[in-house]
Ligand binder design. Structure first.
Ligand code: AKG
Length: 285
């Protein structure tokens, strides 16, 4: 299924985009179920997402409504399988035919609330006049530690439940970062400290979530590797396959509708015993 160029890109950059490889029916069906549920709990009314209801701003009622929605949405997306045999085949090619196993049993929903108070990055793609400055650094992370092995140890799939445009909260990744810190064991909590030895990552970790201007044109070099900050944007049917070692983060959604993506992680059976599952609780904010 994959071309040699795609395999080379995956090795060098740690990610490939496969436009339109999934039938859109599953995304469409899932999105429709989500809309129905959101209407039921009052987060969506007459086609408009209710920012107040989604704000989860500490007010008991809104927080409860939002949490209820997310809990139900996770069930919906978990029920629907997003993987196809050709996608499995593509992943197998990327790991040289080694046996892969699904890390999380089901596909997971990545849901970000629409732009509203407190969640806004600049430049806002929102008409809201009540924007508060964003808070804190981006939660850059990887989901797996570095192991003594040097090659790929797993692949993460991302797809879209609707069109995610730039600024719409698509996952941000640092291409090339999977090629750093290999061959020695580096625990998850040590990865930041190790990467911060390089000016490129120091600047990235120090950056505030509100400072998105130019973020996705950021390029650099560390340890002889070319690096670039890339935003995963696309539409239903599009898939990104990412090396599990790539540094990535949730991004603020500056648009007036929620960001809804699907992800699923796969690891080599051979390394599974060495990996302790660590879930960051970032599937919904
Ligand atoms: O886009 C997101 O919500 C972040 C995804 C993420 O951090 C992950 O899959 O580990």
């Amino acid at each position: 299924m994959l071309t040699q160029a795609q395999e080379v890109t995956f090795r060098n950059r740690g990610v490939i985009r496969l436009p339109g490889v999934l039938p859109t029916e599953i995304s469409d069906r899932t999105r429709e179920e989500i809309v129905r549920l959101a209407e039921k709990v009052g987060c969506l009314a007459e086609g408009c997402w209710q920012r107040e209801a989604l704000a989860g701003d500490g007010h008991h009622k809104t927080a409860t409504r939002y949490n209820k929605l997310v809990k139900r949405l996770r069930k919906v997306t978990g029920r629907n399988g997003f993987m196809t045999s050709s996608l499995h085949a593509a992943m197998d090619e990327l790991v040289g035919g080694a046996a892969l196993t699904s890390w999380s049993e089901k596909s997971e929903l990545l849901f970000s609330r629409p732009a509203s108070r407190g969640d806004i990055t600049a430049p806002p793609v929102s008409s809201s006049a009540t924007l508060r400055p964003p808070r804190g650094p981006f939660p850059w992370h990887v989901d797996v530690p570095r192991l003594a092995t040097t090659g790929v140890i797993g692949v993460q799939m991302f797809t879209f439940l609707h069109t995610v445009e730039s600024g719409g909260g698509g996952t941000a990744i640092v291409t090339g970062s999977h090629r750093l810190l290999n061959g020695v064991t580096v625990r998850l909590k040590e990865i930041k400290r190790e990467l911060e030895r390089e000016p490129f990552f120091r600047a990235l970790y120090a950056r505030d979530r509100g400072d998105v201007a130019g973020l996705f044109e950021t390029t650099g070099r560390a340890g002889g590797v070319d690096l670039e900050v890339v935003e995963l944007v696309g539409e239903p049917g599009d898939v990104y396959l990412m090396d599990l070692r790539v540094l990535h983060t949730r991004c603020s959604n500056t648009r007036p509708t929620p960001r809804m993506m699907i992800t699923q992680r796969f690891v080599l059976e051979s390394v599974r015993p060495q990996l302790k599952y660590r879930y960051f609780g970032l599937a919904a904010t």
